[in-house]
Every structure is written in C-alpha cells, then in structure tokens.
Design a protein around this ligand. Structure first.
Ligand SMILES: *Cc1c(COP(=O)(O)O)cnc(C)c1O
Length: 402
C-alpha cells in the first residue's frame, strides 16, 4: 500500500516527519482560499467575510480604472515579456513606471524588480559584496532583508529595534570604522507591529559616521507621507535617504518592487543585480496597473483620507472594546493575544461570525507576542468596521481575551 502523501518515495519520508513536527509546534500553515477579488468584503473558503487581512491599503486591487489599464496593456503588449530585463524584457511600460516612481520618490532614478522580496535581496547582495563591507540591520526587519543579508558577502550586525543608541555604538565600533561601505537597513513601517522607524535620527547618525541608508517602505508607500510617498516624505527627508525600497504588491495592488536611488546606483544595479539579470521582468499589464494606481494616488486624495479615517476609527473602537492593539501608528493594527492556541481559536471564531483576521505566531513574531494582525483599507465602510469590532468584542469575551 502506498502511504498517502509519499508517492512511495522512501527518500522523501522526512517531509512527513517535518510536517508532523510543525503541526506539533503550531507552525503548520494551511492558507485559506480567496474565491473572489481582494475586496474589503471577500469570499473566503466559501464564506462572505469582512476581510481585515490583505495589504490592499487603497482598495485598488479590483478597481475598474486599474483593471482597464491592465487589460489595455494586455491587448497592446501581450501577457508577458518572455525575457529578463537585460536581454529583451525591458518594455516601454517598465521604463515609464521607473521614471514615474523616481519622481514619486524624489530620486534621480528607480529600478524595478519582480517583487519587494527580490528588491531587498538584489540591493543587499549587490552592494554588500565583500567581507570589507558591513550591513547593519534592525532586529525586526522583514525576512527578505534577512535573506538579502544572508546572500551578501559582508558581515552583518543587528541593532535592537529602533534603538539609535545601539546603532551608534555599532557605527563607532572598530569593525564599522574600517569598513569599505556601511549600509544601515530599516523597514519604514514595521510589518508586524505597524510602528514607524525613527528615520530622521537614523539618517542623522548614519551620515555622521559615513554610512548610507536603505529604507524598505513596503508598508509605507501609498500609505504614509505626502500623497503616500512613504517614510522619507513623512519625515521631510527628501534627498537625504540614499535608497528607498518599495513594493508594488501592497497599496499598489499588483506585484513587484523597486529601488529608488541615484542614477549611478541604478545603473550599477541594472548591470549586476542577480534578480534583474536572471529572472524575467514583470508582465506589461502589471506595470500598467501600477501606473494607474500612481495616477489615482497623485490626483485623488480621497483614498488616503478614507484609509486614515478608517484606521483611526478602527483603532479607537478596538481600544474601547478593551483590546491591546500595541504601538501601531499605521493601518496595521495588531490585536495582542500572547498565545498561539488562543490566537488561532479567536481567528476561527471570528471567521464563523463573518470576520477574517489572521493569527500570527513564532517565527513570524516572537514567542509571547502571538496576535491577530488586522489591516483596514480605504474600501471598508464604517458599517464593515463596526460589524468587525462587534464580532471581536463577542468572540474576545467568549475566549477570555478581554
Ligand atoms: C511585504 C514586504 C516585502 C515583500 O514584498 P513583496 O512585493 O510581497 O515581495 C518586503 N519588505 C517588507 C517590509 C514587507 O512588508
């Protein structure tokens, strides 16, 4: 008898054991399935629920104008580039998006990648390329920065979360003083807690010690700063941050990533960054979608206003209901639970009641910091949010969370 899940391969028997171990540690993941477009109220696993889980900040993932731009790009340019950028995968829409994003970020140039993840990997690996370089990273930076640091040839140092004193100590260390290049990397908005990096202080200390800064604005672009330009704009640091990374997969509703920087650095990355050289470019429809989102963002302030009104309303109501919503100052609102079994139980109960909020545990967040992470979007109505808070209140009481 073939054992189900093995196809009879003795050589892969370990996979079943690994899965069993993950299940025992509460780390096994089986994602729910989205059966509608990504909407404030979505159909998930056959059920209509208020969706508090996507990064669709501006609620543009299913917007008619954005879809029209994508469809027109498909009609004109086809479905894919069928080449990497450096062969013949650079299409006019990619160039247009790079130029517009450079302007959006007040940078000389920008370079597109296939995702935010690959953008971080590309920059860390390309710039931290010898053992004389030094990569210095906040302890709560995103996994793609950690993996970028692993692919870099340089040593790395980790500073305590947003601790500029600790960062300064590292910059003063003999190792940092003799480094050829020093790059300090931080998330702009931290994805699990929704807090914002103290970028003004970081930039100040970096420039005093001859380090350059890379900020990953995945959760900040299209969300904070003037017209959603990100943390650099939020702190009034235009022209003072060397590298701004962003994703096109969250507020920008499609998929992709970019680095906005100097023209020279863009030119350098365009000749050496491995994801740029060895993985094909975004489909033209994706670039067209992002261009359409950028147009909306720059011409219609109502999306950002609704996003922030909803954020303030939801945080306030959840606090009133008695939940610990952490230190967030952004549309990311963690609901702290402190125990994975309980977080999962609460998420499951909420789902029964018509609300989807994802439970997160180790290793995504530290042990003891298990939580439900919620994100409101510009598309939620006050009614959606009131409904969600009411269900949180009901299920939270049932499970003894509040
Ligand atoms: C989501 C995220 C990424 C990855 O972006 P993708 O475009 O989804 O690959 C990178 N950095 C941070 C901080 C993120 O939150």
């Amino acid at each position: 008898m073939l054992k189900e899940g093995t196809m009879g391969f003795e050589t892969l028997k370990f996979a079943g054991e690994e899965v069993a171990a993950l299940k025992k540690e509460n780390r096994f993941l089986r994602p729910r399935v989205l059966e509608s477009a990504q909407e404030p109220v979505s159909v998930i696993d056959g059920k209509k629920v208020v969706n508090l889980t996507s990064n669709n900040y501006l609620a543009l993932a299913n917007d008619p104008k954005v879809k029209k731009a994508a469809i027109e790009a498909i009609e004109k340019y086809g479905v894919g580039s069928a080449a990497v950028r450096t062969i013949i995968g650079t299409m006019s829409l990619h160039k247009e998006l790079e130029e517009k994003f450079a302007a959006f970020k007040h940078a000389e140039a920008s370079i597109l990648f296939q995702s935010g993840f690959t953008s971080n990997v590309a920059v860390c690996q390309s710039l931290m390329s010898t053992d004389q370089d030094l990569l210095i990273s906040d302890e709560l930076n995103h996994a793609s920065i950690i993996d970028g640091a692993r692919l870099a040839r340089s040593p790395r140092k980790i500073y305590r979360h947003k601790d500029v004193k600790h960062l300064t100590e590292i910059l003063e260390s003999p190792e940092a003083r003799k480094a050829r290049r020093k790059m300090v990397v931080t998330d702009g908005v931290f994805s699990m807690d929704g807090d914002v990096a103290n970028l003004d202080e970081i930039v100040d200390v970096c420039h005093r010690y001859g380090a350059f800064v890379m900020v990953d604005d995945a959760h900040a672009s299209g969300v904070i700063g003037k017209e959603g330009r990100g943390t650099v704009s939020h702190f009034g640091l235009d022209g003072k941050v060397e590298i701004q990374i962003g994703t096109l997969s969250k507020a920008f509703a499609a998929v992709g990533g970019y680095a906005a920087t100097t023209r020279d650095l863009r030119d350098y990355l365009g000749s050496v960054a491995r994801p740029f050289l060895f993985s094909s470019s975004q489909p033209p429809s994706v670039a067209a979608s992002c261009l359409a989102v950028l147009d909306i963002l720059l011409s219609d302030p109502s999306y950002l206003k609704r996003l922030w009104d909803n954020t303030a309303f939801f945080k306030e109501e959840m606090k009133k209901a008695g939940f610990d919503t952490g230190e967030s100052v952004t549309p990311i609102t963690p609901v702290m639970i402190g125990d994975m079994d309980k977080a999962k139980a609460l998420s499951a109960r909420l789902f029964d009641e018509g609300v989807f909020a994802l439970p997160l545990g180790f290793p995504t967040v530290p042990k003891g910091k298990e939580r439900l992470r919620t994100i409101v979007t510009a598309g939620h109505t006050v009614k959606d949010l009131e409904f969600a808070v009411e269900k949180f209140r009901k299920c939270g009481k049932e499970l003894g969370v509040i």
